[in-house]
Design a binder for this molecule. Structure first.
Ligand SMILES: [Zn+2]
Length: 209
């Protein structure tokens, strides 16, 4: 589904949506839950993206439902995989998880042998702005492509309403709050979360603060 010009949601990844941003350097945003690699590849090919076209894979954070197919998609495309520096030890399984994430890590097996580069501060990847938005996890980022915010798990949507990411999965609630405020100061029209369908911003962001 094309959300807005050049930004596609891959419907096959319902549960933890993956997006593609077309342009000179097509970018995949997150990689969904493990086991969806073939479906993601088929969906990319349907919108005209072959293995040599995909330039970058950007990860918003390290949760298993976002990094699930990173290794497979990297092997397929040889794209550069980017992640927040603070998330990389978690992606590789080297850092110890807390609380519910310990359980999720044990239950949801992921190939963690992905070669990851850290975003540079204030950097851009394939035309997307990297926006630090810690709280859900220590290094969580959002990405902005034109007037579209690829929100990762900063927010979720349900029946057209915006919500902060759920408290039981929040690493630091105060940090999440600050991130909601700071991201809210930016200009964007569309909000594309991993969990829930995209919504137009309108004045919905105010309901989060
Ligand atoms: Zn998630």
């Amino acid at each position: 589904m094309e959300v807005t010009k050049g930004i596609h949601l891959l419907e096959e990844t319902k549960g933890s949506f993956v997006y593609v941003v077309l342009g000179d350097e097509p970018v995949l945003v997150d990689t969904g839950m493990a086991g969806k690699g073939e479906q993601i590849i088929a969906a990319l090919q349907r919108i005209g993206i072959g293995p040599t076209d995909l330039a970058h894979i950007v990860l918003t954070h390290h949760d298993v439902d976002h990094i699930g197919n990173a290794r497979q998609l990297q092997a397929w495309s040889r794209a550069t995989v980017w992640a927040p520096e603070a998330e990389i030890p978690y992606i590789h399984g080297a850092a110890r998880e807390r609380g519910i994430r310990q359980v999720l890590k044990a239950l949801m097996r992921v190939d963690r042998s992905v070669d990851v580069r850290a975003y540079e501060a204030g950097g851009r990847v394939g035309g997307l702005e990297v926006i630090p938005a810690p709280g859900h996890t220590p290094g969580h980022v959002c990405l902005r492509a034109g007037d579209t915010l690829l929100a990762g798990d900063l927010v979720t949507t349900r029946r057209g309403a915006l919500r902060p990411s759920p408290g039981f999965l929040t690493w630091d609630k105060a940090a999440l709050r600050r991130s909601l405020q700071e991201v809210g100061r930016l200009t964007f029209d569309w909000v594309c979360p991993a969990h829930g369908l995209p919504v137009r911003r309108g004045n919905l962001w105010e309901t989060l603060l």
